[in-house]
Write a protein that binds this ligand. Structure first.
Ligand code: SF4
Length: 335
């Protein structure tokens, strides 16, 4: 394949991309906890699924653990944006830990829905990826009422106690199209299936997928900045390929871009998952510019202005020190 004319090379840059309100809140929560209480601050699981964010916070004094019992008695522990099952709160209480819950409020909303439908004795079909932290946390709210449905093909094996009393909920970071296909098959099997009271796939996941769908047909190569364990980032690559991008790759850092990917490529699409700081996207753009892709066009699918206040525990301690709850966010290495 011959190289396109240098002047024809261009980048389509997705908007929105990168940090969502829940990730921003979770990262600032750990930064503020380090500032308020001093290191170490323990964090159960990766605060958000991004390698760069985790290693930067580690350098500042955060210690990431897999389970609550790895935290020394009486220490401070932050729960990640993905949420935890009630049993994890019980474990923390038993160890007299000071807990700060950075669960995204949009994940908490799904937890509340699960509790409500379980209280009303529904069978809850939770569409989501088995073993993902968010799914583990949500299903822990009512394990005896919840069945996980991993993908459309899993529907044929789903059984419920009463087909007249069944509702579906979902993980917040799924592919919208695949989830709708799963729901279509579930409804064919259980015609009285109820919908969630409002969308469980969050606004950030939906908007990032929408931008990629708009760009994909014009894109030879889609580069998604994000980590492999980031559900919403992995979905962006899939969505790009399903909607016409000729190739798509996930990279944590700009230096993972393989020069061979650019052979014969005129238009590169660039976006990033909801847990990715903008600095990593800038590095990708710089690298592409050095290879002749300096002409950058924004593709805007939606405007976002949502932000969440910090967890109550942090706000209380900041107030006691006379500080605002967003003061340390600006200028940090992760923003
Ligand atoms: S991706 Fe959505 S649910 Fe997850 S932290 Fe961001 S806003 Fe919250």
């Amino acid at each position: 394949m011959t190289d396109p004319q240098p002047s024809a090379k261009r980048v389509l840059l997705a908007a929105p991309r990168g940090y969502c309100a829940g990730v921003d809140r979770a990262v600032v929560t750990v930064e503020k906890a380090l500032e308020l209480y001093g290191p170490p601050v323990y964090v159960r699981k990766q605060i958000v699924h991004n390698k760069h964010v985790v290693s930067t916070l580690e350098r500042r004094g955060a210690i990431f653990v897999d389970e609550t019992d790895e935290v020394p008695e009486g220490a401070t522990v932050v729960f990640s944006a993905h949420g935890v099952a009630p049993v994890v709160h019980d474990e923390a209480r038993a160890l007299s830990l000071k807990t700060i819950d950075a669960t995204c409020p949009l994940v908490t909303k799904v937890h509340r829905e699960a509790v409500r439908f379980a209280d009303e004795d529904y069978d809850i079909l939770l569409i989501g990826h088995e073993g993902h932290e968010e799914v583990v946390g949500t299903s822990g709210e009512a394990p005896e009422h919840i069945t996980i449905v991993d993908n459309p093909d899993a529907v044929e094996h789903v059984e419920v106690r009463d087909p007249d009393k069944v509702v579906w909920l979902s993980q917040t970071t799924l592919s919208v199209d695949e989830t709708m296909e799963t729901v279509r098959r579930l409804r064919a099997k259980f015609p009285r299936l109820q919908d969630p009271p409002s969308d469980d796939i969050c606004y950030a996941t939906q908007n990032r997928q929408l931008a990629v769908k708009q760009m994909a047909p014009d894109t030879d190569l889609m580069i998604v900045v994000g980590s492999r364990n980031s559900s919403n980032s992995v979905r962006l690559v899939e969505v790009a390929l399903e909607h016409g991008a000729r190739a798509g790759h996930l990279v944590d850092y700009a230096d993972e871009i393989d020069e061979a990917w650019l052979d014969g490529v005129t238009t590169v699409g660039v976006t990033s998952g909801a847990s990715v700081p903008e600095v990593l996207v800038r590095e990708v753009l710089d690298r592409l510019a050095a290879r002749g892709y300096a002409d950058v066009h924004a593709v805007t699918a939606a405007e976002e202005s949502l932000s969440f206040s910090l967890p109550m525990e942090i706000r209380k301690d900041l107030k006691a020190r006379g500080q605002s709850d967003r003061a340390a966010a600006a200028g940090g290495a992760l923003h």
